[in-house]
Design a protein around this ligand. Structure first.
Ligand code: ZN
Length: 181
């Protein structure tokens, strides 16, 4: 569980990053920034900050903020009751994002795998997103990502988000307990 102090620090930092990316959000949105920490107890290593703009039956849009080297853990969005899983597009707005999907592994990845979590990351095909660059992840495809040393702001456009069905490589993560991307 995040403490109130941790939440305050992380959400304040997220607001600063959104400002650096010139993304305007309302005071109400600022007060309701979500912090995903996956109940792993190290939100600055494995976690992210989110502003959810919309999540309807058909579409979802979010802003994701990652502090320097903060990591979204490896997961996939499976088919649910015969409905295709979530498809998502990540567009970098600020900083740099290292995104990993199945495929030819990089000789040496540029992200730093969080210490103690080496078994929880299996995809090593590297995609680097700089501001203005984007990548689409098809349904049911494992992915994870990490910000570079300046942190990152990423816009996410997707089909409906149903976090509770997501499948994580790290089995300690309870999808029903957390918000994620
Ligand atoms: Zn995802």
């Amino acid at each position: 569980m995040l403490t109130k102090e941790q939440y305050e620090v992380l959400s304040k930092k997220a607001i600063e990053y959104l400002d650096k990316a010139h993304i305007a959000i309302t005071d109400e949105e600022k007060a309701n920034i979500e912090v995903a920490e996956y109940e792993l107890g190290c939100p600055e290593k494995i976690g992210l900050e989110l502003v959810v703009y919309v999540n309807t039956e058909r579409c979802c849009a979010k802003e994701l903020v990652l502090l320097p080297h903060q990591t979204c853990p490896e997961h996939r969005h499976p088919e649910i009751n015969g409905c295709t899983g979530k498809e998502e597009t990540f567009r970098c707005r600020y900083g740099k994002v290292y995104l990993y999907v199945p495929g030819e592994p990089a000789e040496k990845i540029q992200a730093k795998i969080p210490e103690g979590f080496e078994d929880c990351f299996t995809c090593m095909h590297e995609i680097v997103l700089n501001p203005g660059e984007q990548y689409t992840i098809m349904p049911d495809t494992f992915h994870w990502f990490q910000a570079g040393e300046e942190g990152a702001v990423v816009s996410e456009f997707s089909t409906k988000s149903q976090d509770e069905y997501d499948i994580y490589t790290d089995k300690r993560i309870d999808p029903a307990g957390k918000r994620h991307v």
